[in-house]
Design a protein around this ligand. Sequence first.
Ligand code: PLP
Length: 370
Amino acid sequence: MPRPIEALIHPDALAHNLGRARALAPDAKVWAVVKANAYGHGIERAFEGLRGADGFALLDLAEAQRLRDLDWRGPILLLEGVFEPRDLELCSRLGLWHAVHCTEQIDWLAAHKTHVPHRVFLKMNTGMNRLGFRPQAFRAAWARLNALPQVDEISLMTHFSDADADRFGQNGIAHQVAAFHEATHDLPGERSLANSAATLRHCADAGVRADWVRAGIMSYGGVPDFPEHDAAHWDLKPAMTLRSRLIAVQEVQPGESVGYGSSFVAEAPLRIGVVACGYADGYPRHCPTGTPVLVDGVRTRTVGRVSMDMLTVDITHLPAARLGSEVTLWGQGPQGSALSIDEVARAGGTIGYELMCALAQRVPVRVDEG
Ligand SMILES: *Cc1c(COP(=O)(O)O)cnc(C)c1O
């Protein structure tokens, strides 16, 4: 028998979450962002649930190829554009749309030989200061692109740094929205500004919804502004469940410790369940004693350090728990129970995004057929 750990991907949850993006931005088209192998869910496994999107956005050319191999004929956008000139050949061949964020990418396009002109998304740096042309340089970049026979349609995009919260005590995106609109108001072309957080929090504003929203984390049921809001607040459903089983039970006496480093010492008699899940499965080692976990659908806490292949949980108040009991590390549990990945991430000092993406190769993943 293999180790009892597995991850489940829930296509109905993916479709539901995509529907939430549509409901929040009804007049916009929706990119399902599937970079990082669909945030760790697996492009092929997530495809079924996300195929209702208007397009797929990602970074990696090999991942774009995998989408075409799934027979996806619709739009695919490379969010960082091409990394070297010869990538443009694959864009021509696979019909990929690509971001243009720097002068070099325009130079490469100008030298590219193609019969099919490309659709590009010209990116503005409105304050994130990672990728894109500054507002003052944007129009010159647009004019240069517009003059190229290699370019068909030019769309306009930017990316927010603080759509999930306030910034310096004020609206987190207003300054970026203003800079974008000021520099683009008289340019033609479709626009894309909103990530998940902006789609959830700011899409009442038509200038933020624009023509395309880019739904990443929300598609997977992750909450970008947790703990201010939770999945119930935004009506999002977890698309990934990580579950395992108890492989041993220990009775621990007061004064005894559990696990490496003896970081946890029992103050009273405790029953401890040993779970077949550790940091080599992608469970964060930083999660301290007290991190929430479900045993047979009932919430309890981890105790002691997470080790490579195991972690330990308190089952003192769960007399029915025994070897073989089901343990939900995050996602959907038995009998309608659930444990938010955002909550587990927070306990470990990180965000749900990282936990999804860090699901380890050794964990078998199955699509939940319902
Ligand atoms: C990753 C990414 C997104 C999606 O972000 P979420 O917060 O996951 O919705 C949107 N746009 C760009 C440019 C990205 O790189």
